[in-house]
Design a protein around this ligand. Sequence first.
Ligand code: BGC
Length: 754
Amino acid sequence: MKLKKIFMLTALVTILAGFAKAQTHKSALLQYDKQIDGILSQMTLEEKVNMLHAKHMFISAGVERLGIADMLYADGPFGIREEMQPDSWAGLGWENDKATFFPTGSALAATWSPELAYKYGTGMAKEARLRGKDMLLGPAINIQRIPTGGRTYEYLSEDPYLSSLLSVQYTKGVQDNGVAVCLKHYALNNQENNRGTVNVIIGERAMREIYLSPFRAAVEEADAYGIMPAYNKVNGFWCAENDILLNQILRKEWGFGGMAISDWGGTHSTVGSLNAGLNVEMPTKQFMGQALIDSVIAGKVAEEVVNQRVREILRVRLAIKPIPANEANKEMTSQPRQQKIAYEVACKSIVLLKNEDTLPLKLKNKPVIAVIGANAMQIMGSGGLGAGVKTLYEVTPLEGLKNRIGDKAEIVYAQGYVPVVFTWGRKSPEQLEKEANEKEIKSAELSKEALEVAAKADIILFIGGNNRSVETEGSDRKDIFLPSGQDELIKKIAAVNPNIVTVLTSGAPNDLNVVKPLSKALLISWFNGTEGGNALADVLVGNISPSGRLPFTLPVKLEDSPAYALGNYPQGVKKADVFANLVAETETVDKPKDETAKGNDPNTAYYSEESLVGYRWFDTKKLPVMYPFGYGLTYTTFEYKNLKTDKAKYGKNDVIAVSFDLKNTGKMAADEVVQAYIHRINPSVEWPEKELKAFSRVALNPGESKTVTLEIPVKNLQYWNEKKHAWEDDLCNLELQVGASAGDVILKKEVGLK
Ligand code: BGC
């Protein structure tokens, strides 16, 4: 009862706030409105309603009579999904619909390259067009809140600024090439466990500054045409019928002109959804079909609202030209141009965490290289639940090594462990026991074989990590330990041969406590797409210097991360102070962690950590991390010096220009990702210890130096005032911090704001 009251009040306050906002962006889609008036005037109610729900699993209807084509959707976000049966989740089994598998979200983010995000979007759109698709169900841009999150690999980063820049360019890349994006999952779909039932309780400030940021940027700066309301509730309302998120913030405030398509099965009502701003119910017509016609006839919802929802779809339909039948379907498979983009992204995504003079591999004396680990041969384009990519090809790490090393070394392979394999359906206890026994026997055999191979090798490449059965839609991981007993295996290998290079092909954080000290070199090479194996081998042999940077913090242990530390996942403690300014009654919770774990509603996630997500939490709480956000080594060294700003004090509309000299002081060409954080010195409200506000990827040859200038618009430093429900300046002094990661600030300078 009390919680209900909180939700109602929260909603009311935000609704009022929403009305006060001025629109910040004017969508180009509005240009079609005159033409649409004419179309709408010719449509029957049935024809209109017919556009507001699924026609098939990935199609919603147009109006044939009026020459309005159906809308064809495709997953998204890291490769065009295979052709699906009209009304099931099964593929059609075609041979000519094999796509390019692009590195998944966290890999793209690890490039810290908006330019590559644009190219990536271009590549996705080109293949979508080949397949006749109008709307890509991506990019997936939720903030990575919990390290165990099942879809962390699809999402970009824990940081809203990095996520925003990449989302904007990805969106532009797609839409500049004639395909609409569908930003997903709006909003706060930050966990997969209970995603269809969980209610996220969050204060306005954290919601605006952190979680909505990438969505806002993609709408305001790239005019995103589509958005997918998520499965969960936010502050008491389902996302697909959330007036605050859809009408007030998205449309009224940000000026979104396009269409909202429910996540598949995420619609819950007829009148509520339509009024709140939902355009299409997918992949069903339970609520937005006959029930909607009946509601209009009964006077429960105005036909004007139906018209408006149809108008928003028609805008996108008119902006995205359907592929003429004679043009589509000629050559639908993955194309070399896209494979090249996938390769480029993969090359720049690989993060080198540790290197004790081991990499690049020394091949002079034709060493014996033992490649150990199931991930050396694991395909990452598919597996687990959710959209996969039926790839034309996927170069595995082992294949990549063979391609690049040829006969310069002797490569021997041992699988080492039994990987997790996702299977459908429930199994009987007997079956489970039988499988467990078989697995134990198999694991012992594989481990023995790996140790024999390891003992005879000059160097070991342990290629492990998660896979797509471990990181999967629909459920979160229980922990972040390496699966399938990999830690134990590495310990045994180290006892027979300590010359270990470890490569983790994971899309999300792993616990590195065992593997880090036992590895001479350590890399993360992600779910890295069609060309992932070649890119990895290029880095390992030194054809290119690694240049990826962590898009998330690697914690020492899972329990240190904010949502876990506060007991806020999947349910948690509501801190009295979080919502104090939104509601009168706040005394309900703030219980010890243990109690809440037992007693609380598993379907309520309190975000009482507020804005302290990722490094914002670790830095502010002064907690040690395994590797900080933004971290990554190269095969060279860089020197940073001479930090300057163009002024000492900046006004509200100024842009802070921070410049410094960067020199490659080593022996190899490499890219450095320079990062600028700000620390607020005398603020009027609370802030995290530091926030990323600018970055750049700079390529330098050995001995070369450049003056780098990073720009920080002062308006990007505003905070969301929860009392006024508005963005506001906090004109305090700032310490500008420039360096190579959140944990490695090299240059500092204080400036003022006026
Ligand atoms: C996922 C979406 C996806 C949709 C269609 C849902 O289960 O959450 O990301 O686009 O299915 O495949």
